[in-house]
Structure formats: C-alpha cells, structure tokens
Design a protein around this ligand. Structure first.
Ligand code: ZN
Ligand code: ZN
Length: 389
C-alpha cells in the first residue's frame, strides 16, 4: 500500500485490516453485537463519550469541542445481509448465510476512522457519530429514534453516506432533492363467498375481483401520478385457493406488493389510490376488502443547506473535479430517511471505482473497495470542519 494525499499507508493498512475483519464476521440486523463492541471499544479508547444499546445494538460516540452550540449527526450502518457469499476472498464471511454485500463494513470503518481522526482536530460544537443497526429492511433507524436518540443527542443536521460501485473511485455525488425512494408494503384481502366452481352464482367470486383489482392498480402510476414524479407499484404476492381443489372457488384472495415514491405527496397518493381501487372493486363485486398499507421507509430527500455543506466538504476533501452535483436517484431505500425527515439531512454516494465482476450491491460477489476508505474518511472530517469549523 502507498501513501495517498489523504492518509498514510500505515493508517490505510490498519483500516483495511479492520474492514476485512468486519467483513469476515458479518452480523444481521439487531445482532451486531461483535461489531458494536469493536466500535464502542475503539471510540472509548480514542476518548469519545460512548453510549451503547441504543435501538438494540446501536452505538453513539460523541465528540465536543469549543463552545459552539451547533450539533450534527454522522451516521453509518453496521448490519450485513442474510445471504451467502461467493467471492472466495481470503476474508470472506465466516458466518453461513450472512454477508456484507452492501458495504456497511466499509461504512462502519470509515466513520470510526473519522471519529478517531477528529479527536486531534479543532472545531467548535458537537458531533455525534451514529453507528446504526439493522438498515437492511429491519428498521434500525426507527428503533434508534423510538429509543430517543434525537432527544438524547439533539442535532441540527444529519449526514449519511453510501458506497457506489461503478462511480469513479474517490468521486462523491452530493445532490439536492430525492436520492432514494420510499419503500412501503401494501396488501389487500378480498373476502367473498366461496362456492362450487360450477356454480359461481351461488357465491361471491373474490378471485375474479382480485384479477380486476390487479389490472386496475397499474393505472395509478400511469393515470393518476404526475408524469414528472417517479413512482412504482408492484404486486409481488398472491395467494388463493388450492391446486388440489380446482373445482372450488375460495372465500378469500390475498394480494400484496410494494409501493415506491420520491416525495411525501406521491407516497400519500399511492396509499390512498391502492385502497380506493380495492374498495371500489369490492363494492362492484359485492364483497369485502381489507386493506393495509405499511409505511416502512420514507424517501431520502436531501435538504438544500446540508447538501451545500456536503458539496463544499467534498470539494475541500477530494477536489472540485471529484464532486458530482447530478446523479440519478435509486429506487432502493435507506432508512437514513428516518433521520432526514426529522432534521435537515444530506445523503451522498461515494465512488468505489471499477469493482469485481457482478460486484453490485446485494450480489453474492460484491466486495467493498478498500481503496475508497481515505476518501470517505476525508469527506467525513471535512463535513465536520465545514459545519463546526
Ligand atoms: Zn443494502
Ligand atoms: Zn447499504
């Protein structure tokens, strides 16, 4: 390893070893006990105030300097995914069925290194380094908020970062507005009256009703949502009847799926429209519909002021040529949104450069690129300097 302008070879080697150790020992959401212990131990050794067990396995390390009143949160996620690893790397997962396939091992390493680096730097204010459990669909951010993180550690702004394969190494995309979609679940149970398959007139057919509903909901995005606002509705599960009884029309059909949007308004619109179609179809067929819309993750929408600070920090840390102020949003979700909807937030993408073949997020062949560690650490330190300098 060579020195980079941002980090000595020795530091990078040490952080790479830490990242690979976390990679070899992935832990699923709310079970990040080993990871959280390593994080808390290093933060304490560096001299930060540390609180553990927030929202399950969450850790907050706090660094206060000077007499500034401003406080910010920098957030990293710690969890792995429930999937096998097929990289064949020497530091591949040693836990069957768990893999760091989203790079949260790298996120944890970079934020920890930034906390350690800032101990010796001057600034005025408070930084809370937030190590969040269970980002991958298990509600870790919400758990931390329900555990009072924003009351115990009030902040004026929150910052998040995610690695991005394919974006040039050391390039950082910081874009105002929508970054990631909301990720919600919906389901409808149509309850009719079952009957003999040969005598449908003696019942109320929920199967045909569900078929009509399924074709109607695809008109919501096409005909109701503003064409300039992206949205997705997909039906992903459907259950009814029994293939061993093809002469029986069942009482109940259950159908469910996902809904995604980039604004609170469109999200509300999807929730209302799916329910309206469900009850409209049920009325038409003379049956009942039970509708549930489960709000899982809000959209990540970057606010103007923290986005500007993120951009200035990227220019200072990485150079003006390495900042992208335009980058396409993702239809994936990230529960950083739980922070970003409560305080102004900015969520940025850090380029990992060309990566392994099939090295996209959530692929069994993914691996975080350790070469981007110095850039991520430098960005975090620059955000603190810009916010509290
Ligand atoms: Zn992920
Ligand atoms: Zn992720």
């Amino acid at each position: 390893m060579q020195n980079t302008p941002l980090m000595t070879a020795e530091t990078l080697a040490e952080l790479t070893a830490l990242r690979r150790d976390l990679h070899a020992h992935p832990e699923l959401g709310f079970a990040e006990h080993r990871t959280a212990a390593i994080v808390a131990d290093r933060l304490r050794k560096a001299g930060l105030e540390v609180e553990t067990g927030i929202g399950g396995t969450g850790v907050v390390g706090t660094l206060r300097k000077g007499n500034g009143n401003r406080a910010i949160a920098l957030r990293a996620d710690m969890d792995a995914l429930a999937m096998p690893e097929e990289t064949g790397l020497p530091y591949a997962s040693t836990t069957a069925g768990a893999m760091h396939a989203c790079g949260h091992d790298g996120h944890t390493t970079m934020l920890l290194a930034a906390a350690e680096a800032m101990v010796d730097q001057d600034f005025s204010g408070t930084v809370h380094f937030v190590f969040q459990p269970a980002e991958e669909g298990r509600g870790g951010a919400k758990a931390m908020i329900e555990d009072g993180i924003l009351d115990r550690f009030p902040v004026d702004a929150a910052y998040g970062l995610h690695n991005m394969p394919g974006l040039d190494l050391g390039v950082l995309a910081a874009v105002e507005g929508p970054q990631l979609a909301s990720s919600d679940s919906w389901s409808v149970s149509f309850r009719g009256i079952g009957s003999h398959g040969a005598k449908p007139h003696q019942g109320r057919d929920a199967v045909t009703a569900a078929g009509v509903f399924l074709s109607q909901i695809h008109s919501i995005v096409a005909r109701e949502v503003d064409p300039l606002e992206p949205a997705v509705i997909s039906a992903c599960a459907l259950s009814a009847g029994d293939f061993a009884a093809l002469n029986v029309i069942p009482d109940t059909v259950k159908i469910g799926g996902t809904a995604r949007a980039y604004s609170a308004g469109v999200r509300d619109q999807l929730e209302a429209a799916i329910g309206r179609h469900a009850s409209g179809v049920a009325t038409g067929f003379g049956i009942e519909a039970d509708y549930t819309f489960l709000r899982r993750i809000p959209p990540v929408v970057n606010a103007a002021t923290p986005t500007k600070i993120a951009q200035l920090a990227a220019v200072n840390a990485l150079g003006a040529g390495n900042l992208r102020t335009a980058f396409p949003p993702s239809t994936a979700g990230d529960d950083f949104a739980e922070f970003g909807t409560r305080v102004p937030g900015a969520y940025v993408w850090l380029g990992m450069g060309e990566t392994r073949e099939n090295g996209q997020h959530h692929n069994t062949n993914y691996d975080f690129n350790d070469a981007c560690i110095p850039y991520g650490v430098a960005y975090w330190c620059a955000v603190i300097a810009k916010e509290l300098g």
